[in-house]
Write a protein that binds this ligand. Sequence first.
Ligand SMILES: C[S@@+](CC[C@H](N)C(=O)[O-])C[C@H]1O[C@@H](n2cnc3c(N)ncnc32)[C@H](O)[C@@H]1O
Length: 364
Amino acid sequence: MSLPRFDPAEYETQLAAKIARFKSDFAPLDLPEPEVFRSEPLHYRLRAEFRIWHSEGRLDYAMFDPADPKRPVLIDGFPAAAAPIAAAMPVLRERVMASEPLRRKLFQVEFLATLSGELMISLVYHRPLEADWEAAARELAAAMGVQLIGRSRKQKIVLERDWVLESFELDGRTLHYQQIEGSFSQPNGGVNRQMLVWARRQAEGSGADLLELYCGNGNFTVALAPLFGKVLATEMSKSSVRAAHYNLAANAVDNVTMVRMASEEISDALAGGRAYRRMQGIDLAGYRFGTLFVDPPRSGLDEATVALARRFDRILYISCNPQTLHDNIAALRDTHGIAAAAAFDQFPYTHHLECGVLLQKTAA
Ligand SMILES: C[S@@+](CC[C@H](N)C(=O)[O-])C[C@H]1O[C@@H](n2cnc3c(N)ncnc32)[C@H](O)[C@@H]1O
C-alpha cells in the first residue's frame, strides 16, 4: 500500500474496479445489484491528521507512506481535505511557524471539520504546555475563527469547547450533531448524508421497534428514529454516548433509550443472560423489535451478536469492511437473504469500500 494519488480523472475507473470486486466477492451470497453512491472527487474528508516536520526553523506537514514508513513525505496541501481544512492548512502553518510557543516541539496537527463550515484543530506536542502557549493559542483561535485544543502527555487544554456542531438537511429535516474531538465521526460528510438517506429508505414502513448497536454519536439514530415506534440504541464509548444524548435532545428525538453497553453485553442481556446494572429500569419485554441496525467497527459482528441478529426479521447492516460483512452474511445465510445492497465510496483513491445491505428473514 502507498499514499493515495488524488486524481479526479481516475476516480470513475477506480470506483468501477471496487464495485466489480464487491459484486464478484458477494455473488455466491446472491447479492442483488448494489446502488452506488459516489463521493465528491476532491475535498471530501472532514478529518485529517498530519505529522509536523521541523527543519531549520521551517515547519511542514508530513505524511508517511506505509511502504516506506521512516521517510516523511512533505506536503503543500491535501486535496482530499474538506474546504475548511484546505483553507486553514497554509494559514496555520505560517502562524505557528512565526510563534515560538506554538511552534516548539509541535509534533502533530489534527483537523475536524463539518459540512456546516466549523473547524477544530488539535495541536499535539512533545512538551508540557504552559501559560505562554495558552496566550498564543487564544490569539490564534480568535484570528482563524476555529476551536483550538492543545495536547501533550497527560495534558489537554481546551480553549472554548472540544467539539464541533455539524448541521445538514435530510429528507426535509435539519439535523444537528455534536462531534467530539477524539471520538468516532464519519470521515466523508457527503457520503455519510447519502448513507443516511439510503438507510432511511430501507427502514421506511418497517414500523415496530428498532434495536441499534454501535450507534456512536447517534448519527443514524437521529435520522432513523422517526420511522420507528421505540428505539433502543447502544454504544460502548463513553464520549460518544455523551454526544448521542446531546444529539437526541438537539434534534427533539424523544423515542430513543440510550445505553452504554458493548455489543457482546447487550446480546447477552437479550439472550436472557446475566442482569446488567446499566439495563436497570429498561423494560426489555416492552419492546416489539422488528429491525436490527448495526454499523460495527472493521472487525464486524462477534459471535453473540450474530446469534442475536438471527432472531430479527430485518437486519440493516452498514459495514466499513466487506470481508467481515461477507463472513457475517455467510453465517446468517440459513435464515436471512440479501434484499437490497449499496456501495458508498467513503474512501476514494483507496481500496476501501463502505457497504450497506438489508437482510430479510427467509426461514425461522
Ligand atoms: C463504524 S463506528 C459507527 C458509529 C456510528 N454508527 C456512526 O455512524 O457514526 C463503530 C462504533 O462502534 C463502537 N464500538 C466498537 N466496538 C464496540 C463493541 N464491542 N460494542 C459496542 N460498540 C462498539 C465504536 O465506539 C464506534 O462508535
